[in-house]
Design a binder for this molecule. Structure first.
Ligand code: F6P
Length: 366
């Protein structure tokens, strides 16, 4: 398609805004600033070892590198990406505050800038353990409305202001730094995908009205955790592995990139199911992924594209958050498979799963 007939991200946003004549344009301005932050991060990622942003972040820790609020090792690119998000978004007057995976407490908009109506929550560089091996990583963001008293008073934001369910998201999206840089966005009216034209430095609309196929033969899970899975997840995976000769009567394929943005993107493009379920690995962590800036924005996109996102027990977007960095079990993707996994969580395990002999036949059992 010739360049002249493609929409840019700006054009898409202007057209979407026409549906809301009362909208003042702050949301669009905010999304464009987020997109600009993503372009800057895409450049840093693209330079790899040629740039100055590879390797572990500086400050000392037991491992020799810095650790973030989650106790995870920080890469230089994590720190840089966080800075880019803050600097690009703090000045515009659109935001009342921000929260990031990389910061323990909410970020206050500095006094010299105006404060606005929205909250921005983000993981500036998801999957950053993949950076050193040149595998796709991404940035994920979620936009919420600030509580009315924050807007009225202009007071500092506190953690409780961010503890809104995923259904309250006004917009969400991610940038994927893969072979091409893409920006996937939902403003609550389906999902649109934009590809970065490196010559123009513009995100161009390349994927209109993205839909997740309802059925799939592809699943993604970190199988090294199999011994910690709960019975419904074991049952689901065992049935997939049994393939054409098992109860599903068809063969499945497995994928695991260990980069959720890349995984979410594959599923938005061609379907599949992703699971990082609640497990028994660490009693202090009821899941691996973070609710506010991983599960909720990805869940919003997947559901806007006709898929389903769940904890296994309930729709993830309905969960009332209890803390900023809360972790949660997450299953998302093709609707019929996610619904099946939810059913397995409700049903008593089938007789063979209760039979100890099953353990010996099950591939992922000890
Ligand atoms: O932020 C979490 C993350 O990097 C996700 O992008 C990814 O899905 C997951 O961790 C990978 O976890 P693991 O290293 O346990 O496979």
């Amino acid at each position: 398609m010739p360049l002249s007939s493609r929409s840019t991200l700006t054009q898409y946003l202007i057209e979407e805004r026409r549906r809301f004549p009362e909208a003042g344009g702050a949301l669009n301005a905010l999304i464009l600033d987020v997109a600009l932050a993503c372009k800057a991060i895409a450049r840093a990622v693209a330079f790899g070892e040629l740039g100055d942003a590879m390797g572990d972040a500086g400050a000392a820790s037991v491992q020799g590198g810095a650790v973030n609020v989650q106790g995870e090792e920080q890469k230089k690119l994590d720190v840089l990406s966080n800075e880019v998000f803050l600097r690009r978004n703090e000045w515009s007057g659109c935001l009342a505050g921000m929260a990031s995976e990389e910061m323990a407490a909410p970020y206050q908009i500095p006094a010299e800038h105006l404060r606005g109506h929205y909250l921005l929550v983000f993981d500036p560089l998801d999957g950053s353990s993949n950076i050193d091996v040149n595998v796709s990583v991404g940035s994920i963001f979620s936009i919420l409305r600030a509580p009315q008293d924050v807007i009225d008073s202009g007071r500092d934001v506190v953690e409780a202001d961010f503890l809104q369910p995923g259904t309250a998201q006004v917009a969400a999206g991610y940038a994927l730094y893969g072979p091409t840089t893409m920006f996937m966005l939902s403003v609550g009216n389906g999902v649109a995908g934009f590809t970065l034209n490196p010559n123009l430095g513009e995100f161009m609309l390349t994927h209109r009205d993205v839909r997740v196929p309802e059925d799939t033969r592809e699943f993604a899970i970190n199988a090294s955790n199999a011994r910690f899975w709960e019975p419904p997840v074991k049952r689901y995976v065992d049935e997939c592995l049994a393939g054409a000769t098992g109860p599903r009567g068809k063969d499945f394929n497995m994928r695991w990139i260990a980069s959720m943005v890349a995984e979410a993107h594959r599923i938005l493009m061609r379907g599949g199911v992703f699971m990082y379920p609640r497990d028994t690995k660490d009693a202090g962590k009821p899941g691996r992924l973070r609710l506010l800036y991983e599960a909720n924005p990805v869940g919003f996109l997947i559901e806007q594209a006709g898929g389903r996102a769940s904890t296994g027990r309930q729709a993830v977007l309905g969960v009332a958050p209890s803390s900023l960095h809360q972790r949660i079990g997450l299953v998302f993707g093709s609707k019929h498979e996610v619904e099946r996994i939810e059913r397995y969580h409700r049903e008593p395990p089938p007789r063979e799963l209760r039979n100890p002999l099953f353990s010996e036949r099950s591939l992922f059992r000890d």
